[in-house]
Design a protein around this ligand. Structure first.
Ligand SMILES: [Zn+2]
Length: 294
């Protein structure tokens, strides 16, 4: 298989297994037979492993699929649909249509064991899917997306504890399938914690009056702050417009689909904010030392 295609497929499957929030609808039409095989068949030839953080080991670990009984998926379709010997992953069903057997599945639970502690099921990563006529949904995951990702967010505490808390809340809502609500927290971070404090500074330094500022839209305000806030935010104004659109116009499912990329953008912005803060601190220190020179 083409390397790019393989990477694309790998990312798509990993996202569904452990990074995407709950309750996002995945349409059967968007999946190849091979992808479904890896997602739902613990006996798939491509032995699926996942690299995630194990909250019990408190370390990154490789998790490998625990194989259900050989006919687990087959039994499920059989029990629910009396499909007979039509193996969902066999050639017959390729011809018969994946939609047919998928819509006859009910719930599939996948379990992966931590390579550090195979004998201890407390370490297991668990994910459950529910199937409908034209789509499937992730209905449960443990450890949650927030459990897996919030650790690396703690570095933003040094920027501002409120930023850390709001980002964690956004992440928590997303991981529980709340799309629009999670967008609200991301927008608050940009508005309240990055842009507003700098605009206040401009007013207090009399670089602009409150009245003139009120006439400007958000994009113009960002331009005023060029050099003072994250370049990535100033140059990618789309981030803010997507967040606003999410709150006012987009559906829950659209917000859930877009959340991971927007969240990554927010992380880049916050990383740049940390750099700016450190640079400013360094400049102040050096200026002080410079003043002390005779
Ligand atoms: Zn473990």
């Amino acid at each position: 298989m083409d390397k790019d295609l393989k990477n694309y497929m790998e990312t798509k499957i990993n996202n569904i297994l452990y990074s995407d929030g709950l309750f996002l609808k995945y349409q059967y039409a968007d999946f190849k037979h091979e992808e479904l095989d890896i997602l739902f068949n613990s006996h798939s030839v491509a032995k699926k492993t996942i690299d995630v953080f194990c909250p019990i080991c408190k370390k990154e670990s490789v998790f490998s699929a625990i194989c259900e009984t050989e006919n687990y998926v087959f039994e499920q379709t059989y029990n629910n649909s009396q499909l007979g010997n039509d193996n969902p992953f066999g050639l017959n069903s390729l011809n018969g249509g994946k939609k047919h057997w998928l819509s006859n599945l009910n719930i599939i639970v996948r379990e992966f064991e931590c390579s550090r502690e195979k004998s201890n099921s407390q370490h297991n990563f668990v994910v459950a899917f529910k199937f409908y006529d034209s789509h499937f949904v992730k209905i449960a995951q443990y450890p949650s997306v927030a459990d897996l990702t919030n650790r690396h967010l703690s570095k933003y505490k040094k920027l501002d504890n409120d930023i850390f808390l709001e980002l964690s809340k956004g992440q928590g809502l997303f991981s529980h399938g709340v799309g629009i609500g999670s967008f609200v927290y991301l927008r608050r971070i940009i508005e309240n914690h990055i842009v507003k404090p700098e605009l206040k500074k401009l007013i207090s330094q009399e670089k602009i009056t409150e009245e003139d500022l009120s006439k400007k839209d958000f994009k113009e305000k960002l331009n005023l702050l060029r050099g003072e806030i994250s370049d990535f935010l100033v140059e990618n104004k789309k981030i803010y417009s997507v967040l606003s659109k999410g709150i006012h116009e987009l559906s829950e499912n659209e917000c859930l689909t877009m959340y991971p990329i927007i969240e990554k953008c927010i992380e880049i912005i916050l990383d740049e904010q940390i750099e700016l803060k450190e640079k400013l601190k360094k400049k102040e220190q050096v200026a002080k030392q410079l003043n002390q020179l005779k």
